[in-house]
Ligand binder design. Sequence first.
Ligand code: CS2
Ligand code: MN
Length: 360
Amino acid sequence: MKVAFRWFGKEDDSVSLEHIRQIPGIDGVVGALFDIPVGEVWPENRIMDLKEDINRNGMSLEVIESVNIHEDIKLGLPSREKYIDNYKQTIRNLAKAGVKVICYNFMPIFDWTRSDLAKELPDGSTVLAYEKGKIESIEPMTLIEQMENLSNGYSLPGWESERLTSIKYLFQLYKEVTEEDLFNHLQYFLEQVIPVAEECDIKMAIHPDDPPWSVFGLPRIVLSKENLERIVKLVDSPSNGLTICSGSLGANPNNDISDILRHFLKMDRVPFVHIRNIKIAANGDFEETSHRSTENGTLDLYEIVKALHDYDFKGYFRPDHGRMIWGEKARPGYGLYDRALGIMYILGIWDSLEKAGETN
Ligand code: CS2
Ligand code: MN
């Protein structure tokens, strides 16, 4: 198992590569070119610059998160052809730099959704949280404004402003789009890009919808074992893979993460894993927590890491979001300290499993 850490680049991250490299066990950085507008080709020289910065610090750039999908592709509009061609070129350019995995999502308009970016826990740390009641009673535009005000001055991943300019118009367009349509549009996209990914030895890894249910009446499909099964079969290729994100899928208690992992690991469709814990309340609200299971998280991280270990997982994992602790000021969910603690907890479980394997 290879260990990675998400990084937003020199200009836009409070965490530096010099600090990331000091996390024990770290192999790679999960990077992206955040300033390239959705739908445009990522230039080769920019990718190489990013890679060189990371390599200079002794880490690799083999995972990209995300190359975002233009709304016209998700909407199935005729203009999607241009954006699909651009996507193929970006895949080729990334392959030239040695990238092996491209994480992406297929959520209409919004990426992840939360009602709170800094909910205070009893110990004084703050976390991202989701209250169903708040989300149901707020206008999307108001939520966006609130999120931006609470983001410590950072742009939020997946909420880049160019995607949000025409938001009201997009809502109109999505009124006509059913979940079945969304599956068809995903299939159309995959049928074109997966052969290119295969040629380039790249695995595409779709990220689950976060949370895994419809928000603001928009269709969502990447939310259950059943739907993931349907997605990997849309194009039957090892390059058509999944990012299993424990905290996203896990917000629905019907999703048994270690069972889902085992199922798709067996099929060799899991090139990338996101690990974090959440605490789910009886009414379905949830908040993010430290990675440690027995403390206050609902998910059983031991079982999740054990599934990876049982399948001798050779892909990458990254800690997903972390709490904001020790006075750190960073992009919500993406501070250094708690994510580094998360890595240590996960590696602790992994190393114990290794030792136990030796003695059995
Ligand atoms: C998020 C997303 O849960 C997560 O990992 O932070 O922004 C995620 O990076 C995207 O949905 C992947 O495309
Ligand atoms: Mn994730």
